[in-house]
Design a protein around this ligand. Structure first.
Ligand SMILES: Cc1cc2nc3c(=O)[nH]c(=O)nc-3n(C[C@H](O)[C@H](O)[C@H](O)COP(=O)(O)OP(=O)(O)OC[C@H]3O[C@@H](n4cnc5c(N)ncnc54)[C@H](O)[C@@H]3O)c2cc1C
Length: 318
């Protein structure tokens, strides 16, 4: 079992939020350990959009560049999964799946979220390519195409309207969606969104390419892309082991924080999709930077208090 020196900060998660935090902390000469299991949420996507200056960059290339920057400033990386977290000696102890133990004074959780997808054959297989959830991430790429919206939640009407901004050919498949109010039907009708009743049985592909939405009654509707509304559930094992509880909302659950990412557990911060389920890459990066500055400020205050006490003791002895 490898145990390293106590770090100032352990960052769990090496996605956009965790890497941005690591760069900010390492540039403040904080010792930082980043633990990353290497499963960023947008891994199935070809490119990350709305990333200023790097629009369309492959998600793994963006993270590789961020990791290089963090390493150049001195951050240490563990390519592993943190499986347990507990309080230890005034700070934290993480145990990684491979047996390594990391000690740190502060903990920053940037573990992202899990997209819980509707259980319809074809959805998981095409997730991130032609099964989409975010008009800002992939909307431009499917503009003007035939877009089917798989209705599973009250948000599906909103999603249909969002994608209608990008294409005249939007069909809302009611599937398991709760009944929208009259106003919603009127709006969809006004926008020319076709509404199809009935359960969806599957998405049919041909050589890996999405072709049709197949209803339970056998009817098929040609589409080029399908949008879904996953449940977004923050990865929270470590937070819960430390005594935290997730905050639920109708579309999922997240780690609640203040504006700079401080959780209600002393010494624990969260950033990115862990605490903001809607955060895109740029917002996750910003949250990582903000949380890192707050963690650094907290350590600066603690270091000043420690130095003050040490000085007072020196004078008391003299
Ligand atoms: C298909 C798809 C396409 C998208 N496209 C775009 C886009 O074009 N533009 C855009 O701005 N946004 C896009 N997004 C959203 C984007 O993925 C998120 O904004 C971004 O990933 C959030 O970053 P994060 O750092 O919070 O989490 P993540 O990127 O998910 O990173 C979390 C990291 O933490 C690691 N981790 C989790 N638990 C542990 C643990 N216990 N121990 C160690 N490591 C752990 C994970 O393995 C992962 O590497 C897309 C999302 C999806 C699903």
């Amino acid at each position: 079992m490898d145990t390293y020196q106590t770090m100032d900060v352990a960052v769990v998660g090496g996605g956009p939020a965790g890497l941005s935090a690591a760069v900010t902390l390492a540039r403040s000469l904080r010792s930082v350990a980043v633990v990353d299991a290497g499963e960023p949420r947008n891994a199935p996507a070809e490119g990350a959009h709305n990333v200023l200056g790097q629009d369309g960059i492959a998600p793994r290339d963006l993270l590789a560049a961020g990791r290089r920057e963090a390493q150049e400033y001195g951050a240490l990386f563990h390519d592993d999964r943190a499986v347990t977290a507990r309080r230890h000696d005034g700070g934290f102890e993480l145990v990684l799946a491979g047996g390594t133990v990391v000690h740190a004074r502060r903990l920053l959780l940037a573990t992202g979220l899990v997209d819980e997808l509707p259980d319809v054959p074809g959805v998981r297989e095409l997730w991130g390519s032609s099964v989409l959830h975010c008009a800002y991430c992939h909307g431009w790429e499917v503009r003007g195409r035939r877009i089917g919206v798989l209705g599973t939640s009250p948000m599906s009407v909103h999603q249909a309207m969002m994608f209608r901004q990008l294409s005249e050919h939007v069909t809302l498949f009611v599937h398991t969606m709760p009944d929208p109010d009259d106003d919603a039907w009127e709006r969809l009708a006004g926008l020319g969104v076709e509404v199809v009743d009935g359960l969806v049985r599957m998405l049919r592909t041909d050589r890996g390419v999405l072709r049709t939405v197949v209803l339970a009654d056998g009817h098929e509707f040609p589409v080029d892309a399908v949008t879904v509304t996953p449940r977004f559930v923050a990865r929270s094992d470590l937070f819960e082991q430390l005594g935290g509880t997730l905050t639920a909302y109708p579309m999922g659950a997240f780690v609640a924080t203040g504006p700079m990412g401080r959780t209600d557990l002393p010494g624990v911060w969260a950033a990115g999709n862990t605490s903001d389920l809607a955060a895109m890459v740029a917002a996750a990066e910003g949250a990582g930077v903000a949380a890192a500055t707050a963690v650094n400020a907290d350590l600066v205050a603690e270091d000043a208090d420690t130095a003050m006490r040490a000085r007072a003791e020196r004078y008391a002895v003299a």
